[in-house]
Structure formats: C-alpha cells, structure tokens
Design a protein around this ligand. Structure first.
Ligand code: PMP
Length: 415
C-alpha cells in the first residue's frame, strides 16, 4: 500500500497528501469529490476544534459578509476586533483570573511565536532562548531555531545564535529530568551559558510525538524562570483552545506564563488568526515595531467571537475530558493487546496517540485508516506515533466509530 503519495502540484516538502481530492466537509466528516466520507481525526492539525463549517459560526460569518462589514483594514480597530477582545476577556481571561494584553500577531501560529521571542528579547535585553528536545514552534527562522528537530531545520541553519536546548520531561526514557544542571549553568560563569531571555515550552508536544509534561515539572520550570528572571512562554498553538480539555493547556498545572501563543483553533472555523498574549507590563513595543498586513483579518475575529460564545455555553471542557477518557481506554487496550509493537499511549484530552516500536508501523496504521474512511497522521521525530486529533465537537457515536477503525487499522498494520 502506498503511504501518502505526492499530488502533482505540490512541492516535495509537503508531506501530507492523502491519495484523493477533498471537496466538502461538515462537522467531523470530510468528503472527497467522489462523495466518499472520512471521519476527520486530523482536524487541520488541531485548527478545527469545532469541526468543519460549524453551523453557528457559519451563520455569523455569512451575516457579516452579506452586510459588507470590514473584511480587511490592516491593523485598524474595528467592531469585530472589539467584540472579539471583549468576549475573550469575559469568557477566557477573567474567569481564570488572568490579565494579559492581546497582540494580533498574524495569520498563523509561527507569527505568534516570532512575536513572543522578539518581545522577550527586547524586554529583557538578552538574546538566549531556552527550548526543549522535540519541541515544534513553527517554520519561520526564529520559531524554527527553537524547534528541537534537526530534520525540520533542513539546510536552513539556526538563525538565532543563542538557543539552548534542554531535555523535555520524560525525554530520558521515562525519567523526569530535574533542573539542577540547568540552574548550575545559569549561575556558573564557566558554563558559557548567557543568561536567557526566555524559556519556550509546549505542555504536550503536538508535533514532537505527544510527549506530555507533568504538572510538577511545569511548576518547577515556572519557579526556575521566576528565580532567574527568565520569561516563561507557553506555546499553546496546538494544545490551546480546549484541545486537552481546559481552554489553556497549562491552566490545570497551576502555572501562569508571562507570554502565551495561540492560533490554530482560535478562529474556530479554520480561518487564519494568531495572537500573542503578554503580561501587561511586557508591552514595550514602540508603535510600528511589530506589525504586518494580515494581522487584522476580521472574518476570523467574527468566527472567533462566535466560537468563544459556543465554548462558554456548551461545557466543552467536560465533554473533551470525557471523550479523552474514552480514547485513552481504547488506546490502552490496544497497547496491552500489541505490547511488543506498541510502546505506549501518549498525550491527553483529544490529542492522543499510540507510539510504535517500529516507526513505519505508525504510518501504516494511518494508511490503513484512510482505506477504512478515517484521516489521521503521524507525529514524533521518526513518525513513530499514530496521532488522533478529532474535533472536540465529535459525537460519542462518531468517536466510537473512529476508534473501531483505529483498532482495525492497528491490527491490519501489524499483520
Ligand atoms: N507551535 C505549535 C505548538 C504548533 O503545533 C505549530 C503548528 N503545528 C506551530 C507553532 C506553528 O503554527 P503554524 O503552522 O500555523 O505556523
């Protein structure tokens, strides 16, 4: 069986090409032009937490367009932007006791990360940024240089001179690395480590293999940042907006980052939108110092506002945690059944997967799933994790159907 062939018009670096052409989608299902439906456990790599073409969001968007409201006005303040900001404050920030300024940093996740890195360096007047093994923060040169994956960097080099990579939680075969060595290096002149501006971390590494940081490890990291006056940046581009249950993936760990990156599912509709949240006193930008043409894409603000209203009303946190338990149960059973081929279940909430001893087996699972009408992709440095990322709005029935397909696909892939 061929695994994800290239389609004709795409450059080679685009790795994810299912051998069909898709034409429409609704909720958790996507259809190809022959009318064949697939359950979407890929969900735009986490950018479709509310599924495809959510009816409430669609109505808001259509009404907005029909009324000739502002689609594009660069960075200008608009009604749509104001409504998003007010709703974000009321639904997300205030109930969590959080106080952040919101900067609209671009159409896509990497723009949010670039702004965070640049701001941290400007605010502290320092250059070094600490990042982690298997981290993924984006494909532009700053975010790429804090990405812990040599293959993704390709021949592009490491443009930030000062990046210090630390082992992520559980990197050492299940052992939790403590920060003793790092702290020593921070305080010892002989270590050669310049005092860092910031530490950037994902709570669950979406692209890096669904490795999960424990709450305790995150708290130690946050304490360390505080003690040494380094800014803590949480990249919640993939795990934020409810993917792991709570709106922010870090909130149950009891940490309060200085800067937070959000994008992917923020617009709720797959429309491009990214923000960088910062502690109010970190806002040291001069006017015009960090801007860009498409940072005010108003249709995305409209669907984002509608998505937050939906978030507020639907108890998505509890539903996601419950669905995550169902996924965990199914994946644990598979890991037990195939304990030689599967090293374990990874991730939490509705970002979970199975890690395979032989990495190509994970790719075969995805290919078998495609044949059976389900889209999913691999994750991890060697593509060793078969990753499930269904929309949070998936029905229990669809989830059960999808998990049945995963079960059959694992059995077929390991035959
Ligand atoms: N950070 C994380 C954690 C991500 O998962 C991604 C995308 N997979 C990015 C940043 C970059 O986002 P984008 O592809 O939208 O630039």
């Amino acid at each position: 069986m061929k695994v994800f062939e290239q389609t004709e018009s795409e450059v080679r670096s685009y790795c994810r090409s299912w051998p069909t052409v898709f034409s429409r989608a609704q909720g958790s299902r996507i259809y190809d032009e022959s009318g064949r439906g697939y359950l979407d456990f890929f969900a735009g790599a986490g950018s479709l937490n509310y599924g495809h073409n959510h009816p409430q969001l669609k109505l808001k968007l259509l009404g907005y367009l029909v009324n000739d409201e502002i689609v594009h006005a660069l960075d200008a303040y608009t009604v749509a932007k104001r409504e998003f900001l007010e709703t974000f404050r009321r639904v997300v920030l205030e109930p969590r006791g959080l106080d952040y300024k919101v900067q609209f940093t671009g159409p896509t996740g990497t723009n949010s990360v670039e702004a965070a890195l640049k701001l941290a360096r400007k605010y502290t007047g320092r250059e070094t940024v600490v990042s982690f093994t298997n981290a993924f923060h984006g494909m532009t040169l700053g975010s790429l240089s804090v990405t812990g994956n040599s293959m993704k960097r390709g021949g592009a080099g490491v443009p930030l001179n000062h990046v210090f990579t630390m082992p992520y939680d559980n990197y050492l075969d299940g052992a939790t690395p403590d920060f003793m060595l790092f702290e020593r290096m921070l305080t010892d002149n002989g270590s050669g480590l310049d005092k860092p501006a910031a530490v950037i971390v994902e709570t669950v590494q979406g692209e890096g293999g669904l490795n999960e940081a424990s709450a305790g490890w995150l708290r130690s990291l946050a304490d360390l940042c505080k003690r040494h006056e380094m800014l803590l940046i949480v990249d919640d581009v993939q795990m934020g907006c409810g993917r792991t249950g709570p709106f922010f993936s870090f909130e149950d760990a009891g940490i309060v980052p200085d800067i937070v990156c959000l994008s992917k599912s923020l617009s709720g509709y797959g429309l491009p939108m990214a923000v960088t949240l910062m502690r109010p006193d970190l806002d040291v930008w001069e006017p015009g110092e960090h801007n860009g043409t498409f940072r005010g894409f108003n249709p995305a603000f409209v669907t984002a506002t509608a998505a937050l209203a939906f978030w507020e009303g639907e108890g998505l946190r509890e539903q996601t945690l419950a669905k995550g338990e169902a996924v965990a149960g199914a994946l644990d059973a598979l890991a037990d059944e195939h304990d030689k081929a599967i090293t374990g279940r990874r991730g939490r909430g509705l970002a979970q997967g199975l890690a395979f001893t032989d990495p190509p087996a994970a790719g075969r699972v995805c290919a078998e799933a495609f044949e059976r009408g389900l889209l999913m992709e691999t994750s991890g440095p060697d593509g060793e994790v078969a990753k499930l990322l269904p929309p949070l709005t998936i029905t229990d029935r669809e989830l059960a159907e999808g998990l049945d397909i995963v079960r059959e696909s694992v059995a077929a892939a390991l035959e």
